[in-house]
Write a protein that binds this ligand. Sequence first.
Ligand SMILES: C[S@@+](CC[C@H](N)C(=O)[O-])C[C@H]1O[C@@H](n2cnc3c(N)ncnc32)[C@H](O)[C@@H]1O
Length: 341
Amino acid sequence: MMTRLARILSDRSTRESVAARVEDYERRYGGESRGGRDERRTDYRNFENTYYDLVTDFFEYGWGQSFHFAPRAANETFAASLARHEHYIAHRLGLAPGMTAVDLGCGVGGPLIEIARFSGARIVGVNNNAMQLERAARRSEAAGLGHLVEWLKSDFMQVDAPDGCFDAAYSIEATCCAPDRAGVYGEVFRLLKPGGRFAAYEYCLTDRFDFDDPEHRRLRADIEHGGALPDIVRPHVVNDALRNVGFELLEARDLAVEAPPGVPWYQPLVGSGLSFARLRSSAAGRRVTHGSLWLLERLGIVPRGTTQVSSLLNLCAAALAEAGRLGIFTPMYFVHARKPD
Ligand SMILES: C[S@@+](CC[C@H](N)C(=O)[O-])C[C@H]1O[C@@H](n2cnc3c(N)ncnc32)[C@H](O)[C@@H]1O
């Protein structure tokens, strides 16, 4: 399995710049102060783009084309749980043929392609990362969905599209990358037609998060640093920001808490005893990948800096798994809001 990641990494057009870029990322955002929230906010375009240029190959290798978590029932496959989480958002928005929606922070297009196929709605994927969009466009063409799908390279804080041009909008684990929630939600509000609806899965701290607990604060800082997140907030910040820009809040709840007994959302990061199905993303699988990359980097087969990127992702994965186990963080705070008529 390592051969595939090594091939992907060594084919990269940015091969020469991996070491310089990961060092730049670490110097600016990963130091003692971890860059500080202010720097991550003001410099968010560079912060996000540097990170996603570096990690996209790893995400695709370890997780697939949908870069998000999902509640998972016992006996449900990982792939089925991701698709169900995507279908749920489409279902709550009532996406159907004849509607046009926007996906903010669409990644490499895994969820968008699935949702377009599932709903028959036309969907515009917005992303600020050119490399991810090129991959997304190749996939939608290969899937024969060119007529339903469009890709737009744009910052979701200032989308290059006219007011009121969408029937619906959604975002899956992406508006958490925004430098401020009111800014991105205000932009969604502008883009929607009156009566249009927005739904999102947000990263949030839960009520169990204790700002006085140094271990909780460390886990939050590791997730922000290793996941390129300017600031992980409490649910009330999300709710207030949606209301303050003019939305009527229809639903707001943590799907991780409501999930039926099954496999916790963070389980793929931990690994489960006898299962080899999610080995790549598990702690053991990540150790194997990391060790192999260390060797391949020394042999000059993968670009210099690759092992440092792997360390960054392992920092994030370990913190996510521990924060999930402690119940202090959720990647699936679900919000559903409506722009008044
Ligand atoms: C965790 S990924 C989720 C991707 C996708 N929604 C999915 O579930 O597969 C976050 C995405 O947000 C994008 N993103 C971050 N900041 C952005 C911005 N300011 N404008 C547009 N896209 C952004 C990143 O490039 C990345 O694709």
